[in-house]
Design a protein around this ligand. Structure first.
Ligand SMILES: *[C@@H]1O[C@H](CO)[C@@H](O)[C@H](O)[C@H]1NC(C)=O
Length: 334
């Protein structure tokens, strides 16, 4: 039983953690739209109201109402209502969308992913690294304590593992402040960080999280970078105005202008944060007048890595952690 559980757990950790296939749902105006994920949480990629196709939602409609296929407007309300939930549905005529093309019969076209949580388990006294590569960590639940007899129990006397109602109250806050929106973080399962919620019990740190996609934007010197979020607000993860390779933005440039590859404007991240963070979009010129010139004579470019995040404390975080905890408890007794 114990080995089976560990085996399943490692299979789970290996298999999950990335976005699963993209789903698309079309709903004619007035009907009910339902988004759902068998496992994981909804993350809406786009939600469009209008008509870009003449055949869908055309049955029984006069020709005139289906011929305009240049009509679309985005519906942020759908991501606000559905992101972070495992299922959500609504009647489309209750959404109150303003009419982007009067006289055309419209439909809702929503594209979403199901984001899968990863689990990390660390036995008391150990360390673990959460790593999302180029993406960023979003914590959905965390507990330091014990809710299961078998996890982190090998070779221990049973009195150390029998209390399975053990929770350190500030685990989530502490893990969020160490890891959220970072590319990787190291966690230590210790009383010194989380306090001891059940003296005499051998504990473990259980964390579930997912990797939120991040975007890389590259803009050659003299042009302007446009950073945009369809849902959420901009968070700058890293940025540099300068040159770190000889191929990016090199077309038609003399060798002398592209051979220096260790050029960094140290104020880039601060400047980008000031101009972009917390907004839904921003335009920043990739010029010396914005960042000053870190390497005179070199043709430079602006690189910005950013993510679209929802405001901390926003419904998303709460819903995501509720459903993650529920899913994981049910499936893995965690
Ligand atoms: C729905 O939206 C997606 C993404 O924007 C688009 O590729 C697709 O063609 C749309 N489908 C219809 C029927 O409008």
């Amino acid at each position: 039983m114990f080995f089976l559980k560990i085996f399943l757990l490692s299979m789970l950790i290996a298999a999950l953690g990335w976005v699963s296939a993209t789903e698309n749902v079309i709903t004619c105006f007035g009907r009910v739209q339902r988004l759902s994920c068998d496992t994981g949480f909804i993350s809406v990629q786009s939600a469009i109201y209008g008509r870009t196709d003449s055949t869908v939602c055309s049955a029984g409609r006069p020709h005139l109402e289906t011929q305009n296929t240049q009509c679309s407007s985005s519906v942020p309300l759908i991501s606000q209502r559905c992101n972070g939930q495992s299922a959500c549905e609504f009647k489309t005529d209750d959404l109150g969308s303003s009419d982007p093309c009067v006289g055309t019969f419209k439909y809702y076209n929503t594209t979403y992913n199901c984001i899968q949580a990863r689990l990390s388990m660390t036995c008391e006294g150990g360390y673990s690294t959460l790593d999302c590569g180029n993406n960023v960590i979003q914590i959905t639940s965390a507990n330091y304590g014990r809710t299961d007899r078998t996890i982190c129990s090998e070779g221990l006397p049973s009195r150390l593992t029998e209390d399975t109602f053990c929770f350190a109250p500030d685990t989530l806050t502490s893990v969020v402040s160490r890891c959220n929106y970072k590319r990787s973080c190291v966690l230590e399962a210790t009383n010194a960080i989380f306090t001891d919620p059940c003296v005499g019990t051998y504990k473990y740190l259980a964390v579930s999280y997912f990797c939120r996609p991040a975007v890389t934007s590259v803009t050659c010197e003299g042009k302007s970078a446009t950073l945009t979020c369809e849902s959420g607000i901009l968070q700058i993860l890293s940025a540099n105005y300068g040159r770190t390779d000889s191929t990016t933005c090199s077309a038609g440039r003399p060798v002398g202008q592209i051979k220096k590859t260790d050029c960094y404007a140290t104020n880039t991240q601060t400047e980008m944060t000031k101009r972009c963070e917390g907004k839904t979009s921003c335009v920043v010129p990739a010029t010396n007048s914005v960042f000053s010139d870190p390497c005179v004579g070199t043709y430079k470019y602006l690189t910005a890595v950013y993510s679209c995040v929802l405001n901390e404390g926003f419904a998303f975080n709460r819903l995501a952690s509720d459903s993650a905890v529920k899913n994981n408890r049910e499936k893995y007794h965690f």
